[in-house]
Design a binder for this molecule. Sequence first.
Ligand code: ADP
Length: 318
Amino acid sequence: MDQKEHKKGDIQERTNQFRVALLIILFLVVGIRLVDIFIYPDTDILPTGFILAIVMIQLFLLWVDSIKEKQHLVWLQKEKENLNSMKSKFLIMTSHELMTPITVIKSYLEMLSTKMLGEVTPQQKEAFGIMSKYIRRLEKIQDTLTKMETGAMPDLKKQMEEISVETIVKNTANDLLPFIKKRNQHLEVQVEEDIPAVMMEKNGIRQVIANLLLNAIRFTPDDGKIIVRTTDGGDNVRVEIEDNGIGIPEDKLNSIFESFYEVQDTATEHSSGSIEFKSGGVGLGLSIAKNIIDIHKGKIWAESEENKFSRFIFTLPK
Ligand code: ADP
């Protein structure tokens, strides 16, 4: 749809350029003819009148086209606003709907881990602990979604503290190791020495790294390789998450950071939220990550070559 619109726009622009060029030529011809008529008063004025009529018609058509184009732009702007408002409503609804299941799971987990529902083996206890940790994170995501749409996200600023990026990167990578193992992928964590601590809201940055890592796991086939690199970028600290998976088309590298944007229809591949190859969420992971990095006054972008690699880079100012 987008490409069709672009093509249509290109053709229209070229047609307009051609018409303007034609008008300039016709103007020149009319000018020469008028000079002719002035010098030789008995020259037939009918052809000049005819060309002048064509010029007038062309001018009129150009004017009509420009009005149509303006109306189309206004319509497009309205459509965009409608879409954004629908997205916001959907976000608020989703985060609201998430609240009940989270609360129910949380209370059952609590009952299980406090042995209210019977004896628990040490392994089960450990598993409940991990589940509780992720439920708490889910709760935070749900809370962030609500704040994001109600404009309260800048609250993160108040919770900033000086923290080593290395610790956050290593801990998050460690948390996701079971998924990487399950997919038989290989993870390499490269951290440059002596990187200074930076101001950050640690849960937000952990969420950014987790979102990027989970995407790398999902969009890389089994046996693939994922590298997490942390380097000193001079006036910032730079984190890169690279995979050798399916990659992203060049013209989609910016759009993927928009809410609900997905390059491929993941709904037809695997269940949402899983870590299977090409499984997907709802296209929110990267937009949440961008929001968090924006609040930190950092930058986030993607580089890729289809079927070769994807690299997501974010920076945090020192
Ligand atoms: P989702 O939760 O649906 O994956 P995201 O916002 O995290 O949404 O990502 C948006 C889209 O960007 C994905 O659906 C996918 O098409 C593309 N994408 C993100 N990360 C990668 C990656 N590492 N490799 C290939 N495609 C990716």
